[in-house]
Design a protein around this ligand. Structure first.
Ligand code: NDP
Length: 295
């Protein structure tokens, strides 16, 4: 197939690399050098505009920070919308918001382009290994078309429901991830302050009912070791919690815990900056409490 991939960021890049193994791939990135370098490394073609990427493509994949960024790519004489052919399929892997996503889908439907939101979970390692979970929102027929493409980087590809439900699922997932990070930051530093060795605290937790992916994988691999790799920006996790709160608002539901989490994450984001990694709040709490979770 002729595929276009737009957005070669931390996760888009390894996803696109796996697509390049299977399909004829055109890539576009806002910072053009990243696309040129990617194309040389993976046998793809770097193009200068979103329109050029969409021209002649059977499928278009996007992976940008927000749905608003994706919507922005549709616009203008050099935008995606002009290049897209009737009958093409557009899969947005952005962790986006349901409302903007539905608007994008309607706009594309009017041009005869099928659309599904297809956000992913599993991190940059999962993207490299092709083991991502993909949460798809769209019509059943679009889902069927999307599966073979998404298998390039996805292992578990789930049809969540109509357009926007992939984004909704992803926002709830990442909000639970955020709550775990914030809870562990406060709880583990308190335990160390109280005299428990960091590794003992983590290992005991992981043999008990409070354990989670964060305590079982992220804390041992990244915090206890002091490795602190940068794989997912805190700013994007904060964005995801905002999307989740928006979802609850749309449904007329209260979200007292999530609103508090958004405030704490927002403060960490302001303190650490736009490029900080999503485990930054743990480091921030270490500094506040005056302990280090190493060992
Ligand atoms: P990054 O911040 O690493 O990369 C963002 C990409 O989008 C870059 O290619 C950037 O271009 C481009 N971009 C940013 N703003 C615009 C814009 N206005 N118009 C066009 N292009 C733009 O993000 P990630 O790759 O980490 O994340 C992408 C999406 O995937 C997000 O929605 C995120 O929440 C989600 N995600 C990320 C995961 C991760 O582990 N990193 C895991 C699961 C989901 P440029 O190179 O010019 O800066």
């Amino acid at each position: 197939m002729r595929v276009a991939f737009l957005g070669l960021g931390a996760i888009g890049r390894p996803m696109a690399a796996r697509v390049a193994r299977l399909h004829q791939l055109a890539v576009w990135n806002r910072t053009a050098e990243r696309a040129t370098e990617f194309a040389a490394a993976h046998g793809a073609t770097a193009v200068a505009t979103p329109r050029e990427a969409a021209t002649g493509a059977d499928a278009v994949l996007t992976c940008l920070p927000t749905s608003a960024d994706v919507e922005g790519l549709l616009d203008g004489p050099e935008g995606l919308e002009v290049g897209l052919a009737r009958g093409a399929v557009f899969l947005d892997c952005t962790s986006g918001d349901p409302a903007t996503t539905r608007r994008i889908a309607a706009r594309l439907a009017a041009r005869g382009v099928a659309f599904a939101d297809a956000p992913v979970s599993g991190g940059t390692n999962g993207a490299e290994a092709g083991t991502l979970t993909v949460m798809v929102g769209g019509e059943a027929a679009v889902f069927e078309r999307a599966v073979p493409l998404l298998q390039a980087f996805g292992k578990r590809i789930v049809h969540m429901g109509p357009v926007g439900t992939g984004c909704a699922m992803k926002a709830v997932n990442n909000t639970l991830l955020a709550l775990n990070i914030l809870g562990l930051a406060e709880g583990l530093t308190a335990l160390v302050k109280a005299g428990v060795a960091p590794r003992t605290a983590v290992e005991t937790l992981n043999a008990s009912s409070g354990r989670s992916f964060v305590s079982e994988a992220l804390v041992p691999e990244r915090v206890l070791t002091g490795a602190w790799p940068s794989t997912f920006r805190l700013a994007l996790l904060h964005k995801d919690v905002g999307i989740c709160i928006g979802l609850l608002e749309e449904l007329g539901l209260p979200a007292p815990l999530l609103e508090r989490a958004a405030v704490v994450l927002g403060a960490a984001r302001a303190a650490l900056g736009e490029e900080a990694d999503y485990l930054g709040p743990i480091r921030l709490q270490e500094r506040r409490v005056g302990v280090e979770l190493r060992g």
